[in-house]
Structures are given as structure tokens and as C-alpha cells.
Design a protein around this ligand. Structure first.
Ligand SMILES: *Cc1c(COP(=O)(O)O)cnc(C)c1O
Length: 334
């Protein structure tokens, strides 16, 4: 099977499973799981933050960031297509009583800062208090320019806003730019990272931030039912992922670029120029979209259905698999 739906479908390799099997554990609610502590310290170090908090998912990490930055009746500004706004079941509003102020993203995945400025509410009891600006990197597979991050940080500081990064794919961004995760993270007050995307761990995310913020987030995590006990078995997979699976992300990026090139000649398909930067290829299917997924499935290729496809490369998709996929597309449209 070649599964192009998402980089979440990756399965732990034998080395990762061995690390899990051998993990030293303790009760993490008591702070006594050495492997969880090691993962949190490693993630904090890699993002240049004071502390880390192991979370069950990226959704939980982001929610804890929002809830520890914002109080009831506060507001956060976020991209209309951002995961923290659109794909997390409205958690900020439901569980945090935090009002989202979504704004349309620019084609490069950034939020226009002049537009953000106009969305900040005046200090007036008619309005929610604007507290937080939230970005995502990569955003829809696109890497936010470093110069933009610098500007956005200065802007947030000037406006007295906290600044959170949904860094589910921060490693893809860092590898693509040839920089470190820390260089990207340093602009933010908090960063969530995902271990279970392209890094291949079965579960987990780490929220990284200042120590007092992590203390606050830890309380909310307990309230949300996220206090796990012998979680070192899972944290061991996360450590393995961070130590072994970051540099290889450039293979996923190469594979996505090769897939784009291979599909470029098919005139029933449209790929926005410059849209393939990391491990995602967005394809507009102009003809026979309904039959396509079924045809692919018969050849062992799993992908989303519909006329707007997101094809994602990851550590369980090889360069040979990409050839197979390109050949299948060509056959379908011949
Ligand atoms: C996957 C993802 C998350 C977190 O998702 P979980 O499935 O809850 O781990 C957050 N942000 C982005 C951009 C993501 O792609």
C-alpha cells in the first residue's frame, strides 16, 4: 500500500519499537517518568525554550497553549485555514471560552500584519481582549519566510500580544530552510511540535514554552484528562523520532518535488506554481475526479477523494513508490 493521505499514517519502525520496549518508566503525573522527562528536556532544548510538556496530540498541545495564554473572554487571531482554528473541533471556544478571530491567509501562508493590526480590538468593554497571535509553520506545506517571522515577532511585542506557533511540521520547515528548529522557534512565546507526523512516532506532541507557562499548561492538561502515567513507553518513540527522523525529511521533500514534476505533464491536473515546498502536493483534478480514487486504490495507492487533492509524502513512501504513483496517474489519463 502507498498511502498519500497524510504523514500521520506513518508506522513505527523496528528501531523505534525497540526503544519503546526498553523504555524506563515511572508515574509521570508524579513527574517520575525518566523517559518523559528526557523527551520534554530534549524538545525544550531543540526549540530553545525553558520547558516542555508531553501531550497526547497536537490538538491538545495547541489547546493548552491557547488556554495558558488566554483567559475566559480573551481573543486570539489566527488563520482561517489554520489547524488551531479550523481542525480542532472549536476547542478554544468550547473548552477555553476563548474567542477566535480568524483572518484569511496570504498565498504564502502568512497573515498580513496590517490586516492583523486592524483586527486587534480597542480596549473597550464592547470587545473581547485580543491577547494572542497564532501562526502555523509549515502552513499547508508552505514554509513561512524567516524575515516574516522576525517582523511578526516585533509586531506582536509592540502590540502586547503573546505569540504561539503551531509547529506540527516545524521540522519540515527547518530542514527545507537548512536552519535549526531553534532559529524558527526563537521568535515565539510557545511552540507545539508533533511527533506523530513525518517523524513517525505513533502518538504525541510536545508543547514548549517558558517555565511558568508550562506549569499553567500542566494544570489544564490534568483537567482535560491528559495526565498520563507510565507514558515513557510513548515518550521513547518521541525521542527516537527526534534523534533519527528529522534530517531524512528532505527525502520526503524530494519525493514531493518529483511527484509534482511527474504530474506536471498531465493536462487534466493543475498544480499551483511554487506550491510544493515541503512534503505536500496540492492537485486540482479537472476531469474524471470521481473515478480516480477507485482506480488508484486497485493499484494499492490510497488518497483522498474529490477534485482538490492533497498528496503527502512521508517515511513510508519511497522514491520507487513515487514512480508507481506517477505511472498510475499517467495510465488513468492516457
Ligand atoms: C496534525 C496537526 C496538528 C495536530 O493534530 P493531532 O492529530 O491532534 O496530533 C496540529 N496542527 C497541524 C498543522 C497539524 O497538521
Amino acid at each position: 500500500m502507498i498511502d498519500l493521505r497524510s504523514d500521520t499514517v506513518t508506522k513505527p519502525c523496528s528501531g523505534m519499537r525497540a526503544a519503546m520496549n526498553n523504555a524506563e518508566v515511572g508515574d509521570d503525573v508524579y513527574g517520575e517518568d525518566p523517559t518523559v522527562n528526557r523527551l520534554e528536556a530534549l524538545a525544550a532544548d531543540m526549540t530553545g525554550m525553558e520547558a516542555g510538556l508531553f501531550c497526547s496530540s497536537g490538538t491538545q498541545s495547541n489547546l493548552l497553549a491557547l488556554m495558558s495564554h488566554c483567559a475566559r473572554g480573551d481573543e486570539y487571531i489566527v488563520g482561517q485555514q489554520a489547524h488551531t482554528y479550523k481542525y480542532e473541533a472549536g476547542g478554544a471556544a468550547v473548552l477555553g471560552s476563548i474567542q477566535p478571530q480568524p483572518l484569511e491567509l496570504e498565498p504564502d501562508g502568512t497573515l498580513d500584519l496590517a490586516r492583523v493590526e486592524r483586527a486587534i480590538k480597542p480596549d473597550d468593554f464592547h470587545f473581547a481582549r485580543t491577547r494572542l497571535l497564532c501562526l502555523e509553520n509549515t502552513q499547508g506545506g508552505k514554509v513561512l519566510p524567516m524575515a516574516y517571522l522576525e517582523k511578526a515577532e516585533a509586531f506582536a511585542r509592540k502590540k502586547g500580544l503573546k505569540f504561539h506557533l503551531d509547529g506540527a511540521r516545524i521540522f519540515n520547515a527547518a530542514v527545507k530552510l537548512g536552519t535549526t528548529t531553534k532559529e524558527i522557534a526563537t521568535h515565539f512565546d510557545s511552540v507545539s511540535i508533533c511527533l506523530s507526523k513525518g517523524l513517525g512516532a505513533p502518538v504525541g506532541s510536545v508543547l514548549c514554552a517558558g517555565r511558568s507557562q508550562i506549569t499553567e499548561a500542566r494544570r489544564w492538561r490534568k483537567m482535560l484528562g491528559g495526565g498520563m502515567r507510565q507514558a515513557g513507553i510513548l515518550a521513547a518513540a518521541g525521542i527516537y523520532a527526534l534523534e533519527n527522523n528529522i534530517q531524512r525529511l528532505d527525502q520526503d521533500h524530494d519525493n514531493a518535488a518529483r511527484l509534482e514534476q511527474g504530474l506536471a505533464g498531465i493536462n487534466a491536473l493543475e498544480i499551483a506554481p511554487g506550491s510544493v515546498q515541503t512534503n505536500m502536493v496540492f492537485v486540482r483534478v479537472k476531469r474524471r475526479a470521481t473515478a480516480l480514487a477507485g482506480f488508484m486504490e486497485k493499484r494499492g495507492i490510497v488518497m483522498d477523494k474529490g477534485d482538490d487533492l492533497r498528496l503527502v509524502t512521508h517515511l513510508n513512501v519511497s522514491s520507487k513508490d513515487i514512480d508507481t504513483v506517477i505511472t498510475a496517474f499517467k495510465e488513468f489519463y492516457k
